[in-house]
Design a protein around this ligand. Structure first.
Ligand code: LLP
Length: 401
């Protein structure tokens, strides 16, 4: 987004501020659809956890996307955003059976990922088809915390437990209508996807009632110019070809599902922050901003790289800075970054803040969450108010002491 536009939005809505470019989300969605256009039945289910703002959900709904939810609350947000029930999938991990009951009563598609719940499900809902999350035992993902398909991961039912699955479903007469996996996030190498695909298709072959195969997501997006990213077009060609071949072997036109989060929304987002202090030490020049790990925790939690630019002085002489937050923890957004010369009061932009950014934010240090603005077809819309002191007090119960 243009620096002038970003500056004018800060002027209008204040700082810190999340800004999303909805046209970029549309472009990414269409890129995904085009990459897999040769597949007859394709469904994109946006991974809602990446960004749950109702208006982002509506943009995706209007494009024809479905959603992937991991909590009953996400399911309810999707209903509120106007998604058809049939377009909402629920893929929880380790939730209570009460939550599964609620999802059943709402009528959404359910994917289960452990035997305990499969047993309870089979007993209570013998006539309701269900899909299963499989752990393919493939190591993939940008870092250990976001790798979910390896043998030590809590997610999915192991590929070594297929016989056990068959025993449980035959005990209750449960129909398995789909097979699912999600091996991690920030996966650059498409060979990892293709390897996991083969494993998942082999599992699908074990059941003759399959209607869809869900390959999850994990596509890596570029975090700065020239950065590598999953080649979605190449993957589209290779995976579509293999999927169509598999449908022939299976004797049915199955639906191919993906659940992208980052791919759809990461690049659309910017977090705009103001420089409170420029602090020079014998070693480092710090730019201390009016934000921190309470608004964007990815750099501290995963060592994630978020590109940082000086919106107020993009063309200034480049100098080295460590951009840090105002939280009483070591909340470094970026160390040793070459950025246009910074003066106190300047507005910096943390790029790629559309996914897992606001949705992972908190009130730590009793700070307010920022406002959110969406820019769509040249117009800007406030899509979430900045929090206030009342928000900090909400739900606190004060007793007379
Ligand atoms: N499907 C399932 C079942 C998932 O658990 C996830 C993400 C996705 C799809 C979407 O994956 P994506 O396309 O966004 O890579 N907070 C971490 C990422 C955690 C992802 C959790 N699951 C981060 O900020 O890097």
């Amino acid at each position: 987004m243009q620096n002038q536009l970003l500056l004018s939005l800060v002027e209008k809505y204040g700082c810190p501020l999340y800004v999303y470019d909805a046209n970029k989300i549309e472009a990414q969605y269409n890129r995904m659809i085009n990459a897999f256009s040769s597949v007859k039945n394709l469904k994109i289910n946006y991974a809602v956890k990446a960004n749950t703002n109702l208006n982002i959900l509506k943009i995706l709904r209007n494009l024809g996307s479905g959603t992937d939810c991991v909590s009953i609350q996400e399911v309810k947000l999707c209903i509120k955003a106007g998604f058809n029930i049939k377009d909402i999938s629920y893929t929880p991990s380790g939730v209570s059976f009460e939550e599964i009951n609620e999802a059943i009563s709402l009528g959404v598609k359910i994917t289960l990922d452990n035997f305990s719940i499969l047993e309870k499900f089979g007993e209570k809902y013998p006539n309701t088809p269900v899909s299963l999350r499989i752990n393919p035992h493939v190591m993939a993902g940008g870092n250990h915390k976001i790798s979910t398909g390896h043998i030590d991961s809590k997610f999915g039912i192991s590929i070594y437990q297929i016989d056990e699955i068959k025993n449980v479903i035959s005990k209750y007469g449960t129909t398995i209508n789909g097979i699912h996996m999600h091996t991690g996030s920030d996966i650059y190498n498409i060979d990892a996807f293709l390897k996991a695909t083969e494993i998942l298709l082999n599992v699908a072959k074990e059941f003759n009632t399959i209607e869809f195969v869900d390959f999850g997501s994990g596509f890596k997006v570029p975090y700065k110019s020239g950065d590598n990213e999953t080649n979605i077009e190449e993957m589209g060609l290779k995976l579509s070809h293999r999927f169509k071949e598999f449908c022939k072997e299976y004797g049915k036109d199955l639906t191919l599902i993906f659940e992208p989060g980052k791919f759809l929304v990461s690049e659309s987002g910017n977090l705009l922050v103001k420089v409170n202090v420029v602090k020079t030490t014998p070693n480092i020049v710090f730019a201390g901003v009016d934000s921190g790990l309470n608004h964007l925790i990815r750099p501290m939690m995963y060592d994630a790289y978020h590109h940082i630019t000086n919106v107020s002085n993009p063309d200034g002489d480049k100098k080295y800075y460590s951009v840090v937050g105002y939280i009483c923890e070591t909340d470094t957004f970026g160390a040793d970054r070459k950025i246009g010369e910074i003066t106190e009061g300047d507005i910096l932009c943390l790029h790629n803040a559309g996914a897992y950014s606001f949705s992972m934010s908190s009130n730590y240090n009793s700070r307010y969450r920022p406002a959110e603005v969406m820019v769509y077809n040249g117009k800007d819309y406030l899509i979430r108010e900045r929090e206030t002191f009342e928000d900090l007090l909400r739900n606190q119960v004060e007793i007379n002491l």
